[in-house]
Design a protein around this ligand. Sequence first.
Ligand SMILES: [Zn+2]
Length: 293
Amino acid sequence: MLVHIKEILRDAGRRKYAIGAFNTVNLETTLAIVRAAVAVRSPVIVQISEKTIKYAELKPIADVIRTVARHVGGVIPVAMHFDHGRSFPAVRECVDAGFSSVHIDASESPFEENIAVTSQAVSYAHRFGVWVQGELGTIFGKEGLTKLRAGQDPSAYLTDPARVREYITSTHIDTLAVSIGTLHGSFRGRERLDLSRLSKISAAVSMPLVLHGGSGVAPAEIRSAIRRGIRIINIDTDLRIAFTKSLRRSLRKLQTNYDLRTYLGPATAAVQEKVERLMVLFGSAGKVNVSAR
Ligand SMILES: [Zn+2]
């Protein structure tokens, strides 16, 4: 059942667990994510990126999420979110397409410019009751790693707890993506969270905090982050890895089989299994009381 993201976050805040925000790219990954939510009775955020919009087109993929939420999700709350909108027009399109939450990412711009771009997105989105995620501090991917190796101080890119309150009161965002040591992608064993920084950010604001680059972070660190106020954890790479590994195995084994379902079925199931495990780790599993709804 498609719901506004605020409904999901209200309960997560009250009972202090985190919601997985899982990136989808097509019907198969959407089915996997929503089936997992149904199987472990967890609320869930399904999100898409600009790359996915280029790949699947905005309205078709938005309709896929909506229809899977309704016909597969049943009573399970599913919220639709736009991840890493880099420009106001991109965000506006997703507000218009019926998303209940959008991320405006101007985090690589100077502080004042980040505030200006984010405020513009907020004033448009709030007219339609849509929530906005802002980002303070930059969360890098592989390209960023090279930048950092070039001798720049990595902590300069982390969220500055002293500026968080000003950022929020100037922009009126609803959720905040923080940079506390994760990277986009999976770098198993190499990502350490700056938990004391997270505690300082949490103490400064009362707003759901979002952890990007959650793939590959050690479970103990994830649990500590949730205790310190992380309410949304973005997962993309882990799902791609599960899907692709399964697909490779099938293709190697079944050289003369041309039924796509033979390959896509197990790959979808592999993603579902991964999502279920993460929902248990995040504490969102079992939080939907199926009989009461
Ligand atoms: Zn991200």
